[in-house]
Design a protein around this ligand. Structure first.
Ligand code: F6R
Length: 353
């Protein structure tokens, strides 16, 4: 039942405020200033962490690894299909985290099994209770996003982001009050994005572009990759995400006046300043610039379009920015009359390697 929406994808994008509230429910203790993940109360881990995942879940894993490193935990994200226990240092001190919405992705299950054989402790971060990943791993952390029907993952990515942010507090440094409040505020801010977004107008402006690029740094880098993946899947157009600093090392040659570049910039610190430098390099090649920003920096002066998000920290900002990119991809695909909920050649759950 699509509840009046044209597609499950749009419905699921709009479900994010409530699915994110479910993800956080009972897990943040503001009085104590702690995050409590009941399922993981018996995890006592202080060694390195390796993430294994595919596709959208891999982008969430990259985000999770970045967050863990910020909390002083050694962490790395691997594409599950590339993970081989004889080529990475994995042993009894390692926690291997499979990030998988379905809990049934063959590549991810294989990587988890291999890690378990090498002696690692395993954790499934999944949406699906009693899935293979949840049953086979030593531990399971549920993202509680509810069923996702659209083949393109949307609400589950956002819930993976918040679940992994909470995992970082469980395994690494305790949260500051500001970090806890930022987490708590994400669902309401996503609601604000949904109510105020100009994504449809941006999509209409660029429905005939030659290609779409997205750039970001830090937490925004995996979101740039995810924005491009969503665009590829449902519009069948060429889209590519880059680390903002990498453009000048090659991809800048692709940029023309017919390749809009989406730049994610939040706050006004060092990360924002550097990305703005990259945005200037793009603007001087005449590419249209769409900035996804909280407006705290001066990046908007280089923008042809602005997709505004509420002000929060970089971590929360990356969840909000992703919602804007989901909507742009959706409305471009809508304009092109694509089969949005069931894109060609794709399946919701990929059970072969
Ligand atoms: C993209 C998408 C896929 C999945 C990938 C992993 O929108 O849905 O890239 O993210 O196939 O699936 P799970 O998370 O079920 O392991």
């Amino acid at each position: 039942e699509k509840s009046g929406y044209d597609h499950y994808m749009l419905k699921e994008i709009h479900e994010q405020p409530s699915s994110l509230r479910q993800c956080l429910r009972g897990r943040i203790d503001e009085l104590e200033g702690t995050v409590n993940l009941e399922e993981l109360s018996d995890i006592d881990h202080d060694g390195p962490v390796q993430f294994v995942a595919c596709g959208t879940s891999y982008h969430a894993a990259m985000f999770g690894a970045e967050r863990l490193r910020a909390g002083c935990v050694s962490a790395q994200a691997f594409l599950a299909s590339e993970y081989a226990s004889d080529r990475v240092p994995v042993d009894g001190d390692t926690l291997v985290v499979g990030v998988t919405q379905s809990g049934e992705t063959a590549d991810t299950l294989r990587a988890l099994r291999e890690a378990a054989r090498a002696g690692a402790t395993t954790l499934a971060v999944t949406n699906t209770v009693a899935s293979s990943a949840a049953r086979e791993c030593d531990h399971a952390l549920y993202i509680r996003a509810g069923p996702e029907i659209g083949v393109a993952a949307t609400k589950t990515f956002a819930s993976q982001q918040l679940a992994l942010a909470m995992l970082a507090f469980e395994l690494g440094d305790d949260p500051t009050r500001a970090e806890l409040e930022a987490l708590r505020d994400v669902p309401g801010q996503v609601q604000t994005v949904l109510e105020t977004t100009d994504a449809k107008a941006v999509a209409e402006a660029y429905v005939d572009a030659d290609a779409y690029f997205s750039v970001g740094r830090g937490y925004h880098y995996p979101v740039a990759l995810e924005g491009a993946l969503k665009m590829k899947e449902i519009t069948y157009r060429h889209a590519e995400g880059f680390a903002a600093g990498e453009l000048k090392h090659g991809p800048l040659a692709l940029v023309t006046e017919n390749t809009p570049v989406f730049a994610i910039v939040t706050g006004d610190g060092e990360t924002a300043r550097k990305t703005i430098g990259n945005v200037k390099q793009i603007a001087s090649r005449d590419a249209p610039i769409v900035v996804v920003t909280d407006g705290k920096s001066r990046v908007t002066r280089y923008a042809d379009h602005v997709l505004e998000i509420p002000a929060t920290d970089d971590l929360g900002g990356s969840v909000l920015a992703n919602v804007q990119l989901q909507l742009v991809a959706y409305w471009i695909a809508h304009g092109l009359e694509r089969s949005i909920d069931k894109p060609r050649h794709l399946a919701k759950s990929v059970t072969v390697e």
